[in-house]
Design a protein around this ligand. Structure first.
Ligand SMILES: NC(=O)c1ccc[n+]([C@@H]2O[C@H](COP(=O)([O-])OP(=O)(O)OC[C@H]3O[C@@H](n4cnc5c(N)ncnc54)[C@H](OP(=O)(O)O)[C@@H]3O)[C@@H](O)[C@H]2O)c1
Length: 192
């Protein structure tokens, strides 16, 4: 059994990932979020639910202890959040983190809206954890799975990605984390 915690489980992409993971018998899923009513009528009866705030490092530590994989699907003060997650993971001995950032964080000049995404990625990369950072292009609601990835240092490609595609990639990483250690990947729909 693999223990997986989703931080920011009420987020758009997180909800797609939950839909995929709840069907898998070998995953024990913990949902960490500020307000569980934001899950709506989603069937999460098989999940452990923790109401908490990523800005509270003690709540994070308690939630992360014993997990195998942390998947962070957050928005807001991402640099502080990333620092808290790294602290909590180091103190509880959890190694694997999947962190959703954004396309464009290595562009010069850096758009101000992307600064928190860049700072968070820098914190995660410097952490020594077994990270996978994802830098998706703009989300669509298309009911399709069609994506490609670019590595850090390569020119990012594309302009859009379906939420379902990104959720599918995140699920693949959760299933085979050993294939994505210390990767920092752009994600896009091919030929867009
Ligand atoms: N939209 C795009 O086209 C696009 C493109 C590239 C990258 N991105 C980025 O990709 C990431 C994932 O996207 P998304 O659409 O799934 O994001 P989202 O729906 O905005 O979800 C972010 C989640 O973070 C949670 N959160 C915020 N502060 C928190 C805190 N202090 N403690 C616990 N949870 C907290 C929110 O919870 P609450 O429900 O409590 O507010 C929310 O569920 C985001 O960073 C987004 O900006 C988006």
């Amino acid at each position: 059994m693999k223990n997986v915690i989703i931080l920011g489980a009420s987020g758009n992409i997180a909800k797609h990932v939950i839909d995929i993971l709840v069907k898998k018998n070998d995953i024990s899923l913990t949902l960490f979020l500020r307000d569980k009513t934001r899950l709506g009528n989603k069937d999460v009866s098989g999940c452990k639910i923790i109401e908490g705030d990523v800005l509270d490092v003690n709540q994070l530590k308690n939630a992360i202890r014993g997990q195998d994989i942390v998947y962070a699907n957050l928005a807001g003060d991402l640099e502080t959040m990333a620092k808290n997650i790294v602290t909590a993971m180091n103190e509880t001995g959890v190694k694997k983190i999947i962190f959703i950032s954004s396309i464009g964080i290595y562009n010069v000049p850096l758009k101000s809206v992307l600064k928190p995404y860049r700072k968070a990625a820098d914190v995660i990369e410097a952490s020594g954890l077994e990270y996978t950072i994802l830098r998706p292009t703009w989300f669509t609601n298309a009911n399709e799975v069609d994506f490609e990835t670019t590595r850090k240092g390569q020119q990012e490609k594309g302009s859009v990605i379906s939420q379902k595609s990104l959720a599918t990639l995140i699920t693949k990483i959760i299933e085979s984390p050993e294939n994505y250690i210390r990767e920092n990947l752009g994600v896009n729909k091919p030929n867009t």
